[in-house]
Design a protein around this ligand. Sequence first.
Ligand code: SAM
Length: 352
Amino acid sequence: ATLATDMYPRKILEYMEGFLISKTVFTSCELGVFDVLLAAERPLSAEEISQVVGASLDGMQRLLAACTGLQLLKTHQDQGQVFYSNTEQSRVFLTRSSPLSLYQSIQYSSRTIYLCWHYLTDAVREGRNQYEKAFGVSSKDLFEALYRSDEEMVKFMHLMNSIWNICGKDVVTAFDLTPFKVICDLGGCSGALAKQCTLAYPECSVTLFDLPKVVRVSREHFVSEANQRISFQEGDFFKDSLPVADLYFLARILHDWTDERCIELLCRIYKACKPGGAVLLVESLLNEDGSGPLTAQLYSLNMLVQTEGRERTGAQYAALLAASGFTNIQQRLTGKIYDAVMGHKEKSNKDK
Ligand code: SAM
């Protein structure tokens, strides 16, 4: 029987080979193709690029052709020779030195996440993360596994850092945070969201709270000393006392943990929070019926492979907040990857 045209499995073929695209992008970044083109300040031939990066001409020609097909490079012909240059998007997001670079995230995807996803089938069968198989480290303590070396920790911090240059402003302005002057970013990592917050709200100050070794690296390599509105506190948010604040950020924290652990943490925050204060969850929200968005659905699988948590719906986060004492819970979708959910601690009766 002939294949009806409407039976052509276009999507399935695309999905089957989706990883070829990911790997093409990873390799082009790793070899520095986009950086070489940026530095040259003129279009280059495959021969020139292959020489600078130290790659075979044949291999490079095929890689450049694939990047052109992916619309990550532009070409023009001159006297029968093909010359390549960056597209606007590649220059802004794929070169290492760009302020909006995703280079470090791509490295992390290539070197860590991709390897974990090799064991997705096992993760789904077993219902748990795959650090032991992927990296030979125990996953008993999640962040000990994630930070299995200082180098891995710094790479993870770069991964966390880059997206807030792109989506951070939408997240911190999803709600009007003007009333909150003293803010604590719990698990604030490299301080990228804290920086976006100080930019959007000139009167606030932010304490970045994280594990001691993360805070040290953040202080030395990510947050400039000149930024006097960001201060630091080292600690374990499950064990140590939390700073008193008007507002707590929990950005991409709850998605790492089980419901029980989330409530444990939220209850600790509720206790530390000033009356009239609030907590702001920043997460990739699933639709209430689970029907999407695809990014959040895939992230939830990633959480299975890499963490103890999951992505949740707004109602699921609201339930965790309510179980920890927070009221007047609201959510805002940003239309980008990350959304915001806010819960309040009521003013005590004598303040009313
Ligand atoms: N909030 C940051 C962001 O969105 O870019 C980082 C999110 S990252 C997924 C989780 C953060 O929580 C890491 O910076 C990690 O070091 C921190 N963290 C994990 N366990 C912690 C603990 N017990 N106490 C304090 N921080 C912790």
